[in-house]
Ligand binder design. Structure first.
Ligand code: PEP
Length: 261
């Protein structure tokens, strides 16, 4: 499948790490390391409290701001929640929905994930929809069945015309934060499978334009091989996005794959 129809994206997911006061030195450090990253969208998905300082630090930069979750509700009596409109008002362009940690700890179901993605699109931002199988599901040969269900359920909430703004992140749960990475072939097989689910549900044009990321212990050493796969358009990076040099190396791996070096 030709990659020219979609953009490469490297998104960092800080999870609940770093303090707002650490945002400025991080952003300055990263900006200094990124002269080569013109062919790839770079996103930092930070805690809600870090969005404002990040926005100030990224002024005139090509690094985009992302959030890690969103409410399905527009506004009202939902203590502790953050709406899509609040995020877009703060110049947020990307929002992770359905991360396995939100599914596990907050009870997000596939249908809630679909509603969150729709809420994000409604306010003009791009949802990064996470899907992934557990180790048990992989060992029982249920990987693709499970992922197909997750993708179909989430996309059933998305108007066809807005599908191109969606990003899917394939994150095998057993690879997240464990140091165990899927092999490039394993990751490619699932990402290709996700694209064929989109093709059968929404047609070939939609399938070729949706960026699909791999996430799960991606680092500076394994990024290039993973990013070389035909259906892997980028990465969602947890631990390795907390270190400027490591994260910059992953971003620069996109240029190496594109043959710019
Ligand atoms: C993630 O949390 O989305 C993730 C991929 O984490 P890590 O890179 O640390 O495995």
């Amino acid at each position: 499948m030709n990659k020219k129809y979609r953009k490469a994206i490297i998104a960092g997911n800080w999870k609940m790490n770093l303090l707002p006061t650490e945002v400025k030195p991080f952003a300055e450090g990263l900006r200094a390391l990124l002269p080569k990253a013109k062919n790839c969208e770079v996103v930092l998905c930070v805690p809600f409290t870090h969005i404002s300082p990040l926005r100030r630090s990224l002024k005139d930069s090509r690094i985009a701001i992302g959030a890690q979750d969103v409410s399905i509700h527009e506004k009202g009596a939902y203590t502790g929640e953050i709406s899509a409109e609040m995020l877009s008002d703060m110049n947020t362009h990307y929002v992770i929905v359905g991360h396995s940690e939100c599914r596990q700890y907050h009870g997000d179901t596939d249908f809630i994930v679909g509603q969150k993605a729709a809420a994000v699109l409604e306010k003009g931002m791009c949802p990064i929809i996470c899907v992934g199988e557990s180790l048990e599901q992989r060992e029982r040969g249920l990987t693709m069945e499970h992922i197909s269900y997750q993708v179909r359920a989430a996309l059933s909430y998305i108007p066809v015309g807005k599908l191109r703004q969606c990003i899917i992140a394939y994150e095998p749960i057993w690879a997240i934060g464990t140091g165990k990475t899927a092999t490039p072939e394993e990751a490619q097989e699932v990402c290709e499978g996700i694209r064929s689910v989109i093709r059968s549900q929404n047609g070939a044009r939609a399938a070729r334009s949706v960026s699909i990321l791999y996430g799960g212990s991606m680092n500076a050493k394994n990024a290039k091989e993973l990013l070389s796969m035909p259906d892997i358009d980028g990465g969602l990076i947890g631990g390795a996005s907390l270190k400027t040099e490591e994260f910059a190396k992953i971003i620069n791996a996109v240029s190496e794959v594109d043959g710019e070096d």
